[in-house]
Design a protein around this ligand. Structure first.
Ligand code: ATP
Ligand code: MG
Length: 184
């Protein structure tokens, strides 16, 4: 499973539709301060189900929508799509057979939010579910390591550390299923 493209439109500073292609296993994003490097990472977290505005460096959820600049008016909606090469079938469940998987999230200013997997509307939890056990999305999103997160891990409470280890071991998917069954 490999992230091959990030498509953004109206998301934070990316007001114009922009496609970032990741053509190898290692890509670097470089640029001057404030040019939008961290916004790209926020976009990845956002599509994979991040629901805390603070984690996305904003105050409200709609802060991810381009809110205007000196030369441009604000826009009404933000969308981000991630393309994954899934030829190894790592993204599983009903999508295991798809060689390419597109995950999309849209939000408009009236609060309307949508998730899509390969074009079909789905719930946030379907997206979170899809990534369970991959380290992306969900409660222990260790695929995104930002400033301070290594320290946070070192100083984590045993329960929190366990959550990270269970995600890495691929157990979290089964625990989530059990939690659901027990709550039914
Ligand atoms: P640094 O090198 O300092 O870490 P960076 O490249 O990571 O910088 P970002 O934090 O990604 O920069 O981008 C910050 C820019 O994004 C700011 O100019 C800010 O005004 C802009 N920005 C953030 N949210 C929005 C929004 N909703 N609408 C318009 N612009 C936004
Ligand atoms: Mg930054």
């Amino acid at each position: 499973m490999r992230l091959t493209a990030i498509k953004l439109a109206g998301f934070k500073s990316f007001v114009e539709p922009t496609t970032l292609r990741l053509t190898s296993n290692l890509a670097g994003i470089v640029g001057p301060n404030g040019c939008g490097k961290s916004n790209v990472i926020d976009a990845v977290r956002w599509v994979t189900g991040e629901s805390s505005a603070k984690q996305l460096r904003g105050e409200a959820l709609e802060d991810v929508i381009f809110n205007g600049s000196r030369s441009r008016k604000p826009v009404g909606r933000a969308s981000v799509e991630l393309l994954f090469d899934n030829s190894d079938g790592k993204l599983g469940g009903q999508y295991a057979g798809f060689a390419e998987i597109a995950i999309r999230r849209e939000l408009s200013r009236d609060g309307q939010s949508q998730y899509r997997i390969n074009g079909a509307r789905c719930r946030r939890r379907d997206v979170v579910d899809l990534f369970l056990g991959t380290g992306l999305g969900g409660r222990s999103n260790y695929a995104v390591i930002e400033q301070g997160s290594v320290n946070r891990l070192i100083e984590a409470r045993p329960e929190d550390m366990r959550q990270v280890l269970e995600e890495a071991a691929g157990i979290s998917r089964y625990k989530e299923r059990r939690r659901e069954t027990e709550n039914r």
